[in-house]
Design a protein around this ligand. Structure first.
Ligand SMILES: [Ca+2]
Length: 322
């Protein structure tokens, strides 16, 4: 698989990267970065991969802005997380499209492409190189929101309960990705939001040797900034597992995949809203008009799109600790 990430913001990218690097059923071919200061993000990825024994996995520096030239929704919190690791890393910058193209060309078989940030790099590379499409086994996208977001504990996040940063950060790239003739597994925000590490989970990781100490330190750093920022009540600050759930689904069959009949992404100048076009959203806020792909929206064919869910009856905490 290949992993495209906005690592350096939310610490869940770090956890997802570590899972991909360490899981015996995953062969990580390259990592590319997206959104804002991508070289800094790439240096953090490089440093962590070296720490995880993946010094031979190449890292590419990707798009700092969306395909329209508009900046991605910023993920500034924690871009300084891991500053010691970042400062200690030497990285020869190589473009994300070069690294991603080479990984697809050289792999012995079709490759799973996983995005856990804005989808700019993957959309740009695959639309520019249609000859690479048959090298892609499938797309795995952390993004979108099919229903109102819930923390799963009675608390609701502030703002639009349907908004989601990864797809909304680059509506044009989202529309291009949606139009590609590839299977896609979507891992939407409303599925991932209830999943968080418990204090015990984090303590277990932090106690797992030198790598665990680094991961534990990054999680502590992230939580300290979250609580200090006061963007939400302190008790709701948590290491939520949006990105890890996306990559876990590649390796762990216990993460169910549920078939959707349709899904559409509707773009507007800064926003993308994902809806189940056949059934509407849980909140009933289905846009009245379907946009054409060129206008920033696209609808995928039935039967090709799936999204991840967690098993009914399993508590978020027990799922997250597996
Ligand atoms: Ca991310």
């Amino acid at each position: 698989m290949v992993l495209d990430t906005d690592i350096g913001g939310d610490v869940d990218d770090v956890i997802a990267l570590a899972f991909c690097a360490l899981h015996p059923r995953i062969d990580l071919l390259c990592v590319t970065t997206v959104n804002g200061d991508c070289e800094r993000r790439a240096r953090l990825a490089r440093s962590l991969l070296d720490l995880l024994g993946c010094g031979d996995v190449p890292v590419g520096v990707g798009a700092s802005v969306g395909l329209s030239g508009r900046g991605h929704d910023t993920m500034p919190a924690g871009l300084n997380h891991g500053a010691d690791l970042i400062d200690a890393t030497k990285l020869v910058p190589t473009s994300a499209s070069t690294v991603l193209s080479a990984a697809l060309e050289q792999a012995p078989g079709p490759v799973e492409v996983c995005t856990i940030g804005a989808v700019t790099n993957v959309a740009a590379t695959l639309s520019a190189r249609p000859d690479l499409l048959d090298r892609v086994a499938g797309l795995h996208v952390m993004g979108g929101c099919l229903g109102p977001v819930s923390f799963g504990d009675g608390g609701d996040p502030p703002g639009d309960p349907f908004s989601e940063t990864n797809l909304g950060g680059d509506p044009l790239a989202t529309a291009i990705l949606w139009a590609l003739p590839l299977p896609m597994r979507l891992v939407p925000l409303d599925v991932t939001m209830p999943l968080a590490f418990t204090n015990d989970d984090r303590a277990t990781i932090a106690g797992a040797g030198p790598v665990g100490r680094v991961l534990g330190g990054l999680m502590d750093e992230y939580l300290a900034v979250e609580r200090q920022a006061g963007a939400r009540p302190a008790e709701l600050a948590a290491v939520r597992l949006h990105d890890p759930l996306t990559v876990v689904g590649l390796a762990v069959p216990e993460v169910e995949t549920v078939q959707l009949r349709h899904l559409a992404a509707f773009g507007s100048p800064g926003k993308v809203r994902t809806v189940d076009a056949a059934h509407g959203t849980a909140g009933g806020r289905v846009p009245r008009r379907r946009r054409s792909p060129s206008a920033g929206g696209a609808c995928r064919d039935p039967g090709r799109l799936t999204y991840s869910s967690v098993r009914r009856g399993a508590s978020p905490q027990s799922d997250s600790s597996r």
